[in-house]
Design a protein around this ligand. Structure first.
Ligand SMILES: CC(C)(COP(=O)(O)OP(=O)(O)OC[C@H]1O[C@@H](n2cnc3c(N)ncnc32)[C@H](O)[C@@H]1OP(=O)(O)O)[C@@H](O)C(=O)NCCC(=O)NCCS
Length: 414
């Protein structure tokens, strides 16, 4: 029997949820309450399933997302999520069929890029996605930081830290998080639903642990950051506290907020370890401790994957620090965005159009997503054979155009 790939109907949505949970190795039971809570927030036309007879064997969903670009602009993305194929139906091309259908619809709609967070690195490169941002995670040995515990909760810069609750975070969070887009590229916007999910207000399928919340205000009283963290309850045999504070969410839009919030977390009595959660790959965390060796790098891995669908909008939708022009020959096996494009860029703006001129660089579309968000070096990609330099020195010129002082970062898994 052939397997049919199509959008699911409302009555099929509970089954779709069950298949999703099975694919992600979560308990497969889905309550009516969970279904009723989730259904209003999904676009069923963009919620795909694969049906083997009447059995739902694969899930795939996409939604509209705004992603910050270099310079603080934004691009509309086709955000892909909840991708699973049942263990009985893997490696028969079902993901490829769902992906092809979704990307074609995104291209048709005019989305500039598609985005996703990959469960495993090797899955999505074949569809033109490249890792555009990376993340780090740190474990801080609080007693080795060299921080003065007497300053706990009292930033040196005249700002203040206040404990607060989920209600206040839902009020101040969106505005503060919105400012992150002006700080780094790659930040994906959070919807009201994301704030409900992140603060325990939606129906949770996994046990919910209420975090502690702390807000940083500058001397003038402006909110510049906040943190949500949980703590465990561990004491060793000598009655020493051995508790770990785990950061669930830390949003800081100024260096002062970043410093004050990390110092706060590293000075809470009974906390011996702080786990940072996913941070930017160039987070200031280790260096803002008097002894940076107190912070151990736990994770360094890919975060946001980007698939360029509209080359012109992607290259015109960011800023450039220098004036230069490059012709890029882009290979796209799926036919969405390949061809030769000329980019003329300067700090005053950029224009990009198809051209018949000879190319300076040749690359796959996956590498363009990586370069456009400013993280990766074209010189490094050329050394890896992933960018071909057709004009001597073109990769180094591309680096001067594309790379950014702060690396892109996408704090959210969606
Ligand atoms: C990842 C997953 C969705 C792939 O689905 P699938 O239907 O088996 O994928 P396809 O058959 O369409 O695979 C297409 C190609 O990708 C490759 N591929 C698929 N999953 C892969 C993986 N996890 N690692 C490496 N390669 C993979 C296949 O081998 C195939 O390559 P080929 O064309 O050269 O033979 C499925 O294995 C799954 O549900 N895994 C568990 C949940 C998960 O990780 N979901 C992704 C969340 S981001």
């Amino acid at each position: 029997m052939t397997v049919d790939v199509r959008a699911v109907t409302e009555s099929e949505f509970p089954d779709w949820q069950r298949a999703l949970r099975t694919g992600f190795l979560r308990p497969p039971v889905v309550t009516d309450e969970e279904v009723a809570d989730r259904l209003p927030h999904v676009d069923l036309a963009r919620t795909l399933g694969a049906f083997d007879g009447d059995r739902l064997v694969a899930t795939f969903r996409s939604f509209r997302q705004e992603v910050s670009t270099v310079g603080g602009g934004s691009l509309t993305a086709d955000a892909i999520t909840q991708v699973t194929v049942s263990p009985t139906h893997r490696r028969r091309g079902l993901l490829s069929r769902m992906m092809t259908a979704d990307l074609a619809a995104a291209k048709e709609r005019g989305d500039a890029i598609a985005t996703l967070i990959a469960a495993e690195y090797p899955i999505y490169g074949r569809y033109g996605f490249g890792p555009a941002s990376w993340c780090s995670e740190w474990s801080v040995d609080v007693r080795r930081t060299g921080l003065d515990p007497r300053r706990s909760g009292r930033p040196e810069d005249g700002g203040r830290i206040d404990l607060t609750d989920a209600d206040e975070i839902r009020k101040i969070g969106p505005g503060t998080h919105g400012r992150l887009a002006g700080v780094r590229a790659g930040v994906t916007h959070r919807s009201p639903r994301d704030w409900d999910n992140g603060t325990g207000r939606s129906v949770q399928s996994d046990p919910w642990r209420e975090p502690y919340y702390a807000v940083y205000r500058s001397e003038s009283g402006e909110v510049e950051g906040f943190v949500a963290y949980t703590a465990d309850d561990k004491w060793d045999d000598a009655k020493q506290p051995m508790n770990t504070a785990t950061v669930r969410d830390l949003v800081a839009v100024t260096p002062a907020a970043e410093r004050a919030l990390w110092h706060y977390l590293c000075s809470v009595d009974w906390i011996s370890t702080v786990r940072s959660g996913y941070r930017a790959p160039d987070d200031t965390l280790p260096l803002l401790l008097p002894d940076p060796r107190a912070a151990k790098l736990l994770t360094y891995a890919d975060m946001l994957w980007v698939r360029v669908l509209d080359v012109v909008r992607v290259l015109e939708g960011r800023t450039y620090p220098v004036t230069d022009g490059l012709v890029l020959d882009l290979r796209d096996g799926d036919g969405f965005a390949g061809g030769r494009y000329r980019l003329d860029a300067s700090p005053a703006g950029a224009s990009c159009a198809r051209t018949g001129e000879s190319a300076d660089l040749a690359l796959d579309i996956a590498e363009l997503g990586v370069l456009a968000f400013g993280d990766e070096s074209a010189v490094r990609l050329a050394r890896l054979g992933r960018v071909e330099e057709l004009t001597a020195g073109a990769a180094a010129r591309a680096d001067l155009l594309f790379r950014t002082p702060l690396r892109p970062f996408s704090p959210d898994i969606f």
